[in-house]
Design a protein around this ligand. Structure first.
Ligand code: ZN
Length: 265
């Protein structure tokens, strides 16, 4: 019974990327079977897991620290709605309406700065209960450049304590050559995680990635499952929260994306 309860616990507490973990479960660069089992039990796709400093990058761009895997928090899951499509994390930004300050690191080149501006404009044009403004420090969300080996366009995480995930990393070698609409979509996507959205094709990432294994079926024990009312079952074409993207793709918010954003914010 305890095991059953454990698999219903879901941890979306997210640490800061590159923070050294004091309780690392493994010192090697190998992702162990136990790691994969924990990640899967939390409801994330375990097909493409990269070990990084302090934790793992899952589903391409989501950072989970070792502590995240060990300190699950209870997620209230409505089991009757697990077939619905747009997923949210248990943590959301609280204190609405709210202005979120975004700092784009000054070392980011003009093309990336412009894409950050465009990403914030995409959200602000929806008149949500969260409004993004670009500031110098202090900020609620810092967008920083990194250069990391996994083939990911960036790394983000989920809200904690009513606040957005504080650090979004942009993988410059991947992003820099891309077209402005693709970079804008990628940054909008990473901000989407930071305010609590999961991948819209989480149950079948091959929908956007081409390959990705069987994905995660709806209703498996431990699925994040906190789905968003009003969004449909089945794939959500062109959603800004699809798992994978490649250069040349632009994903402005679809009508279903806007529904999901309005439900949460
Ligand atoms: Zn993502």
């Amino acid at each position: 019974m305890r095991n059953k309860i454990f698999y219903l616990l879901v941890c979306i507490l997210v640490g800061i990327a590159c923070q050294k973990s004091e309780t690392a479960t493994s010192s090697s660069n190998e992702v162990t079977t136990a790691d994969l089992q924990r990640i899967s039990a939390l409801g994330f796709n375990a097909d493409r897991v990269h070990k990084t400093e302090g934790g793992f990058i899952v589903e391409g761009d989501i950072f989970l620290s070792h502590e995240d895997l060990l300190k699950p928090e209870i997620l209230s899951v409505n089991a009757t709605s697990l077939n619905e499509e747009h997923y949210r994390s248990p943590g959301l930004v609280a204190g609405l309406p709210r202005i979120l300050r975004v700092n784009a690191h000054p070392s980011l080149p003009p093309s990336i700065q412009a894409a950050v501006d465009s990403a914030l404009l995409r959200y602000n044009s929806l008149s949500l209960a969260i409004t993004f403004i670009k500031v110098t420090t202090p900020a609620d969300i810092h967008i920083n450049p990194v250069s990391i080996s996994p083939s990911v366009f960036g790394v983000s995480g989920f809200p904690s304590g009513g606040n957005p995930y504080p650090v979004i990393q942009l993988n410059m070698p991947v992003l820099l050559p891309w077209a402005h609409p693709t970079i804008t979509t990628s940054i909008t996507h990473l901000i989407g995680h930071a305010i609590g959205f999961l991948h819209t094709d989480q149950m079948s990432p091959s929908f956007s990635c081409g390959t990705g294994g069987a994905g995660i079926s709806d209703g498996v024990p431990g699925s994040p499952g906190a789905v968003i009312p009003g969004t449909p079952s089945g794939p959500s074409p062109n959603s800004w929260m699809l798992t994978c993207i490649s250069n040349g793709i632009n994903r402005p918010f679809t009508a279903l994306d806007i529904t999901a954003l309005n439900v949460l914010y």
